[in-house]
Write a protein that binds this ligand. Structure first.
Ligand code: FNR
Length: 188
């Protein structure tokens, strides 16, 4: 059967390295796995007053998460944390209280920076948030990636230096998602 992964990219930048990374990872996924990119650029700023009357974009985000077997966060690091646009999306889909779309969805975290820290500190902050949302999050392998000339080839595939590492990362992430599908009786 087809496994659907909801992908949330934490950058709205047109030429985002993280968007490129997500698209390249999709090509490393097994053929029975599909990526569904959930847009977050049209979400309003979260306001608890609107919980009872969510914007259409919020309902769409929550439906997209619920329809997926797992969630992949591909995010840059902004000032040693996750970008505000990503936190805004996470907060939206976590509410109203008791109706979080994130609950028990297995998750993976990955990201690319222009600096050598490779989004490590943003990833640790995100782990803290996902723990609160009760999302079982892949612990190992960790992937801290720096954008350099050979990260991607001319066709947008992962370049030769990182290919086998990221192939292995994807294999572990998909196995993680599938293990939780079995645990909750949603396999097959
Ligand atoms: C950054 N950048 C950055 N990089 C990093 O490794 N650690 C950091 O704390 C920050 N902080 C930061 C703050 C803000 C507001 C911006 C705009 C950028 C640089 C970041 O790695 C770079 O802009 C990436 O290109 C962002 O990812 P996308 O948009 O290419 O996916």
């Amino acid at each position: 059967s087809q496994d659907r992964i909801a992908v949330i990219v934490g950058s709205l930048r047109r030429d985002s390295f993280n968007k490129k990374l997500a698209l390249a990872l999709e090509k490393l996924a097994p053929p029975d796995v599909s990526f569904a990119y959930l847009p977050i650029d049209d979400l309003p700023l979260y306001n608890q007053d609107d919980d009872a009357t969510p914007a259409e974009s919020v309902t769409r985000l929550k439906d997209g998460i619920r329809a997926a077997q797992g969630v992949l966060f591909v995010t840059p690091e902004y000032n040693r944390s996750i970008p505000g646009v990503l936190k805004n999306a996470i907060d939206h889909a976590s509410r109203p209280y008791g109706q979080s779309a994130w609950l028990k969805k297995p998750a993976g975290i990955i990201g690319v920076s222009v600096s050598a820290t490779g989004t490590a500190m943003a990833q640790q902050h995100l782990r803290n948030i996902l723990a609160n949302l009760n999302m079982p999050t892949l612990g190992q392998p960790e992937a801290f990636i720096q954008a350099n000339e050979d990260l991607f080839d001319a066709d947008g595939n992962i370049g030769p230096h990182s290919q086998s590492f990221l192939e292995g990362w994807m294999r572990n992430f998909i196995a993680w998602v599938r293990a939780f599908a079995v645990a909750t009786g949603k396999a097959g």
